[in-house]
Design a protein around this ligand. Structure first.
Ligand code: ATP
Length: 497
């Protein structure tokens, strides 16, 4: 992971926000290559989800909405994470990410150990329990630890659990609900009447505009409303680089279906669509898995939620949530606004409140996944047969920030440069292209490998003296072949869509 973070900074993908002021935890900036990569992910999603489908339309709603939206949606009362304070260090932890276990020797609890969630929480707790027993010189058989998280701690246990910040018990508070919405004020008055929120999800925009889209959009059930945009959550512990941040971007779609439609089949279809889409932008299927939310942990209105999980270097984590949300949201808005959220079904002449299937994904999490899956360090042979290291980002041509690099073999040969500039100009009208004439050709290839450019074309003496063909060098195989300009455009047309 450290190598990926270092590459992201070195090559201008991702910077810490406000870095010259020491940064701001949970906020990030995207540099020249990162913003291209992010735009390509967003554009691919929009093209496949909205433009290439007949049953989904797109919208763009405001980030700050009427505060009643968030009362109706349940966010004001319930968009909370359980928070635990350490009174000594003043650090705050998410209770469901802070694990503890009693240290049990010869059937007797002799103390407690704690650890923050990691890939190996149980192993860390076991090691901490052994250290605890050794330091206190307790004799007897230590039982294997039984980890629980702080939301499950009994009141009498809280005082005995050591804080991960200090290693000592006595400073942790019992968990309390912490609302993650960022508050602001709208207008010149700063009082309770002007409080508004930065949206914690884009989805409510689709519900609140449902009637507007139905009345103006010529949509027929089943149909979807999609949007891409920023969301904000005051996460207690932002972590794992851009995986969990406080400002992030979501791509969400609400697919409205008839209340009597086969919602489970529809849910399955979207689950498959989302996995296929991730593979289409280059994520290996082997890194993806599914997590079915247990019935007992589902929100009361949810019929089923399945997350598509991705194997990040820091563990298998949620990438995309696909939820069957019944008619909960539309009914809530109907009740709170007093405006019927009704669809008139021509076929059955019925007025219905549709149900919804919601695939919701974060752009930043996808971007991190493609960086993690694509990053490789390899040993390769240069032209002279010497072994050298190359860093390569295997990004799909669909999302690579630069599609092709144009390289004149020598920078002081006018004819080569003129031909290269000409090609560069023509390619640039359609694609993100990079022109590079600096340094040995092998070095220039390496620079492109590192930023994920799928192809390099070199304009050499054969180009100007013989048949006009270029050398096309492919990033992953490092194979080279001669290619005409028409063939190059055909290749790009096929692979970049
Ligand atoms: P988590 O359990 O990881 O907090 P969630 O279940 O609360 O996520 P949703 O509310 O379902 O997430 O949001 C939909 C998607 O938005 C997530 O699958 C994820 O890709 C993205 N997302 C949510 N929170 C964040 C965040 N803090 N930073 C980056 N992306 C996020």
């Amino acid at each position: 992971m450290d190598n990926i973070v270092a590459l992201a900074k070195r090559r201008g993908f991702i910077f810490q926000s406000s870095e010259i002021y020491g940064g701001l935890n949970g906020f990030f900036d995207y540099g020249p290559l990162g913003s291209e990569l992010k735009k390509n992910i967003r554009d691919c999603w929009w093209d496949d989800m909205v433009r290439r489908r007949d049953d989904v339309v797109g919208i763009e709603t405001s980030i700050i909405m009427h505060p009643k939206v968030w009362e109706a949606s349940g966010h004001v009362a319930g968009f909370t994470d359980p928070l635990v304070d350490c009174k000594v260090s003043k650090q705050r932890f998410r209770a469901d990410q802070l694990f503890f276990a009693p240290v049990v020797v010869e059937g007797k609890t002799v103390g407690y150990v704690s650890a923050l969630e990691s890939e190996n929480t149980a192993g860390e707790l076991q090691a901490a329990a052994e250290t605890f027993k050794r330091k206190k010189a307790i004799q007897g058989q230590l039982l294997p630890v039984q980890p629980r998280d702080m939301t499950e701690a009994q009141p009498d246990e809280v005082a005995q659990i050591p804080s991960p910040a200090t290693g000592e018990p006595g400073s942790l508070t019992p968990p309390r609900a912490f609302n993650m919405m960022f508050e602001t004020n709208v207008g010149a008055m700063r009082d309770a009447s002007s409080v508004a929120y930065l949206r914690p999800e884009t989805a409510q925009g689709m519900f609140v505009d449902f009637k507007n889209v139905v009345d103006t959009g010529r949509v027929k059930l089943p149909f979807g409303i999609a949007q891409v945009g920023k969301s904000f959550r005051n996460e207690i512990t932002p972590r794992n680089f851009i995986f969990r941040s406080r400002e992030f971007e979501q791509m969400e779609m609400e697919y409205f279906i008839h209340p009597e439609a086969d919602w489970l089949a529809c849910h399955e279809e979207w689950l498959k669509w989302c996995q296929d889409w991730l593979v289409s932008i280059g994520l290996p299927a082997s890194h993806l898995s599914l997590h079915e939310h247990p019935k007992a942990k589902l929100a009361f209105y949810s019929r089923r939620t399945v997350d598509i999980m991705f194997r990040y270097p820091f563990g298998v984590q949620e990438l995309w949530g696909i939820a069957a949300r019944s008619d909960y949201d539309l009914k809530q808005h109907q009740q709170h606004s007093g405006v019927p959220q009704i669809y008139f079904d021509e076929a059955t002449k019925q007025k219905v409140v549709p149900h919804v299937i919601e695939p919701a994904v974060g752009v930043d999490r996808i971007l991190l996944a493609v960086l993690c899956a694509g990053y490789a360090e390899e040993e390769v042979k240069d032209e002279k047969g010497n072994v050298e290291k190359r860093t390569v980002l295997r990004l799909s041509p669909r999302i690579a920030p630069v599609k092709v690099a144009v390289l004149p073999l020598l920078k002081n040969k006018e004819l080569l440069v003129a031909r290269a500039r000409e090609l560069y100009g023509r390619l640039k009208r359609k694609y993100a292209v990079f022109y590079d004439d600096g340094g040995a050709i092998g070095r220039r290839y390496r620079r492109q490998d590192e930023i994920g450019t799928p192809w390099c074309v070199t304009i050499d003496f054969e180009t100007i003296e013989k048949d006009g063909t270029f050398t096309l060098r492919e990033r992953d195989s490092m194979q080279q072949k001669r290619i005409t300009e028409a063939e190059l455009f055909a290749l790009l047309d096929e692979k970049v869509y």
